[in-house]
Design a protein around this ligand. Structure first.
Ligand code: NDP
Length: 244
């Protein structure tokens, strides 16, 4: 039931929810593996964690590259000997009206937000099956429940997909392997900076004035992990009290 001693791999750990989750879970005694592209940011977070007595490993990972994600899981296994939880958190939110035809950004969001999660499942599922236990925590969004408008059609599409994939995964693998979907509302991170469309970017920055700190999500993730092994927290939706 305890988080202490668990090995937890977190993608998108160089900022925002991933960083907050890594720091929180390490503080509760987990060994954490930090994955993202900005390795210097990961190293700085890892140094802080080590200075507080935590066990941590950094693996430079681009979740859009299937071999990177396989290498992340292999390295985590070779360092810590097992993996208890994979937090599929890396994400991009590029908000713009569909009529702007930002096809490159649609592809990036699909690659990071959907394929990144699938690559995580592909790499970790055989390990969890062999261990006879494991826990996928996939980060969707309230935008995965209701389309984020205006401009959030593709982002919401990716987050609806994360919920669908998580639900299907839970049905298919169930039993000893747990699957949790987290659906946060506005959280104060770098995510709001992902839009290249000027008006959408201004809208998002204004909307995010109500955002709450990232450790709110870290605590929700810890709650899902610390349940007894036969309890699967399927979904957690959280948002600022003032968000509709
Ligand atoms: P941030 O922008 O702060 O963090 C995004 C993280 O994803 C960074 O660590 C970034 O690291 C990583 N990332 C992006 N692309 C890649 C890639 N190709 N390979 C590996 N890592 C990548 O935003 P958040 O912390 O807010 O976002 C985390 C998750 O939470 C996302 O899935 C987001 O959609 C979701 N979410 C956020 C909400 C919010 O309001 N903030 C609300 C609901 C959901 P690097 O650039 O170093 O690779």
């Amino acid at each position: 039931m305890s988080i202490a001693g668990k090995v937890i791999v977190i993608t998108g750990a160089s900022s925002g929810l991933g960083e907050a989750t890594a720091r929180h879970l390490s503080g509760l005694g987990a060994s954490v593996v930090l994955a993202a592209r900005r390795v210097e940011k990961l190293q700085a977070i890892a140094e802080d964690i080590r200075a507080k007595g935590g066990k941590v490993e950094v693996v430079k990972t681009d979740v859009t590259a299937v071999d990177d994600v396989k290498a992340l899981i292999s390295k985590s296994l070779s360092v810590f000997g097992r993996i208890d939880v994979l937090v599929n958190n890396a994400g991009l939110m590029a908000i713009a009206p569909l009529s702007e035809l930002k096809v490159d950004e649609w592809e990036s969001m699909i690659d990071i937000n959907i394929k990144g999660v699938l690559y995580g499942i592909a790499a970790a599922l055989p390990v969890f099956q062999q261990q006879g236990s494991g826990h996928f925590i996939n980060i969707s969004s309230v935008a995965g429940i209701k389309v984020f408008s205006p401009g959030g059609t593709v982002y919401s599409g990716t987050k609806f997909a994360v919920r669908a994939i998580s639900e299907g995964l839970r049905h298919e693998v169930g039993g000893a392997i747990r699957t949790t979907t987290i659906e946060p509302g506005a959280i104060d991170t770098e995510l709001k900076l992902g839009s290249s469309h000027e008006q959408s970017s201004a809208f998002v920055k204004d909307f995010y004035k109500i955002a709450i700190p990232a450790d709110s999500v870290a605590r929700a993730i810890a709650y899902a992990i610390e349940q007894p092994a036969d309890v699967d927290i399927n979904e957690i939706v959280l948002r600022p009290t003032v968000q509709e």
